[in-house]
Design a protein around this ligand. Structure first.
Ligand SMILES: C[S@@+](CC[C@H](N)C(=O)[O-])C[C@H]1O[C@@H](n2cnc3c(N)ncnc32)[C@H](O)[C@@H]1O
Length: 388
């Protein structure tokens, strides 16, 4: 790296306007996380290694001194100009990496060991956040096309036959079943070896209120790939030193419908609830709703306690740490049955219509008791620094 370069400069795409920045997913990575990637890949570097960052921005990942051959690419010409200044011992290209993805195009030989690194863009074109500015500025090859550019990048790595991949990407690609399925050839040919979870809020210009977990993940090429069961049992680590497995928890989806049924009809007496996705979606979305819409679920009265649970969960959601944000709403049904009266008391105070269904006392200490429930539910994951 050029010694006159200010480290901070490399972390922000100064040449881009806000809408372009979002469409290209140009959230540059700071040194702290680049270092984790290099620590992960170092054991695999030898004389025959090529290191490629196919979406390199200003070249944050390519400054490291190494014996390996380094290659950078970005669709953004201006970014490449800067990268040439910041990291000048690198061969650069200016391709759309989702259209050009043969080793030959990057002058990488079939017998060279390829390690892909970086922080490819993620941009779910169907997501609600920033809906009005999101659009795709470039074409994507048919084999790679999905609703999320980041998932397309992971698929592309398979076609380049990378031996190792160490990149940052949303944790939701692995832990949300629908996303995991979309990874297709990637999940069928790679296995997660190591991972550290960080918060999206460490990136410039990202929303501090809708933070989501990002994993710095090391994958190894493996003909057996990985199953969703492998992910369920995987012990994830966070940068704060916490660990968790998906199978450590029980989820509300095991007890209630999370999505509307096809061709559901509603009557005036029905209680309606908004579609349930993950914990982060619950932060943004409503719970009980007044009028039917395409996201409305008809509440089965036998399961009303569980819907009340979710309604109250939303009010205490800040006790759940960011890294569990893509999980389904967590529940411990035995524990809940002990604390249920406090949840109902709390819900009755805010929702008049529930009085028709519950005849029970109010508890003045319900908030305290519900907090206690969450402490017991989340244990070491309970987030103390919360206002709720
Ligand atoms: C999250 S930034 C990462 C930049 C750099 N690796 C870093 O971490 O500082 C994503 C980069 O992907 C680039 N990009 C977006 N779509 C691309 C595409 N189809 N082909 C190549 N690069 C692309 C953007 O221009 C942006 O520089």
């Amino acid at each position: 790296m050029n010694s006159k370069v200010d480290v901070k400069e490399i972390c922000y795409p100064y040449h881009l306007k806000k809408d372009k920045l979002i469409n290209l997913g140009s959230f540059y990575t700071s040194d702290k996380y680049v270092k984790i990637v290099w620590d992960f890949i170092k054991p695999f570097i030898d004389k025959n290694t090529v290191i490629l960052d196919p979406a390199c921005g200003y070249g944050a990942f390519l400054k490291e001194k190494t014996t390996a051959k380094k290659i950078g690419n970005d669709i953004d010409k201006e970014a490449i100009k800067k990268a040439k200044i910041y990291a000048n011992d690198v061969t650069y290209f200016n391709y759309n990496a989702l259209l050009v993805f043969e080793r030959r195009a990057y002058s990488i030989k079939d017998n060279e060991k390829l390690i892909i690194i970086g922080n490819p863009p993620y941009n779910d074109i169907t997501s609600q956040a920033k809906k009005n500015i999101k659009k795709l500025d470039f074409n994507i090859d048919k084999k790679l096309k999905t609703r999320d550019v980041g998932i397309s990048f992971l698929r592309m790595f398979h076609y380049l036959k990378a031996d190792y991949i160490c990149v940052l990407h949303p944790l939701s690609y692995l832990i949300k079943k629908a996303n995991f399925r979309l990874l297709k050839c990637f999940k069928d040919n790679y296995i997660l070896k190591k991972g550290i979870i960080i918060s999206s809020k460490v990136f410039h210009s990202t929303s501090k209120s809708s933070e989501f977990p990002i994993i710095i993940a090391l994958y190894e090429r493996n003909s057996n790939g990985m199953s969703y069961n492998y992910i369920k049992n995987y012990k994830f680590q966070t940068i704060e030193g916490k660990t968790f497995r998906l199978r450590d928890f029980d989820y509300i989806g095991n007890y209630i419908n999370k999505y509307p049924k096809k061709n559901e009809t509603f009557s005036k007496e029905d209680i309606l609830f908004y579609t349930l996705r993950d914990i982060n979606a619950l932060k943004r979305n409503k719970t009980f709703i007044d009028k039917p819409n395409s996201n409305a679920i008809k509440v089965n009265l036998q399961q009303l306690d569980y819907y009340v649970y979710v309604d109250v969960f939303k009010d205490f959601i800040n006790v759940v740490p960011y890294y569990l944000g893509n999980l389904d709403v967590i529940i411990d049904t035995n524990l809940f049955s002990r604390y249920k009266k406090y949840f109902i008391s709390y819900a009755l105070r805010k929702r008049e219509f529930l009085k028709k269904y519950y005849q029970q006392n109010f508890y003045t200490n319900d908030t305290q008791q519900i907090k206690q429930y969450f402490k017991e539910l989340l244990k070491e994951h309970y987030n103390e620094n919360t206002k709720s």
